[in-house]
Design a protein around this ligand. Structure first.
Ligand code: SME
Length: 159
């Protein structure tokens, strides 16, 4: 496994293009889900300095907090609640430019201002979500959606 990330890319898209193969190399043939999700969260945080990066995993009928990087967070989220629960229910990526304008947003931290949530599907059902939060408004766009979706598609195939 690679011991460090090479993060010398220029703009955001170049950084994703450089980072995603490094994440795949980092994980290699490891099969432990906790280890792999922990390293993915750490790699995204290190590359982009996001405020919070982490996973919520479907357990019975709730999302339960999984590996993450950042401040402490809410432990359980019901289906259809908040951005994460809505992404789970609709099986869609959700980008929120201003969390205060999202009805039912769950504020784990008052410092979080914008957010992207990407569902992770395995065998056509959601097994978890990737949640990335920023402490600035409108951080996430179609570039984040494109590359985080690809990452989650791949995660769904290895988890
Ligand atoms: N804001 C999320 C909850 C998770 S925390 O931000 C880490 C939501 O509304 O689903």
């Amino acid at each position: 496994m690679a011991e460090h990330l090479d993060l010398n890319a220029g703009n955001k898209e170049e950084l994703y293009l450089s980072l995603v193969p490094q994440i795949k190399a980092l994980i290699g043939n490891e099969t432990d889900s906790v280890a792999n999700l922990a390293n993915v969260a750490a790699a995204l945080k290190e590359a982009f300095h996001f405020f919070w990066v982490g996973f919520y995993l479907v357990k019975e009928d709730e999302l339960v907090l999984g590996p993450f990087q950042g401040p402490i967070a809410c432990t359980r989220i019901q289906k259809g609640r908040g951005v994460c629960g809505t992404s789970w229910e609709t099986e869609k990526v959700i980008i929120v430019d201003d969390v205060e304008a999202f009805p039912g947003h769950i504020a784990c931290s008052s410092l979080s201002k914008s957010e992207i949530v990407v569902p992770i599907l395995k065998n056509n059902s959601v097994i978890g979500v990737l949640d990335v939060d920023s402490d600035e408004l409108a951080t996430f766009d179609e570039i984040d959606e494109k590359y985080l979706t690809r990452l989650c598609l791949w995660l769904g195939s290895i988890l």
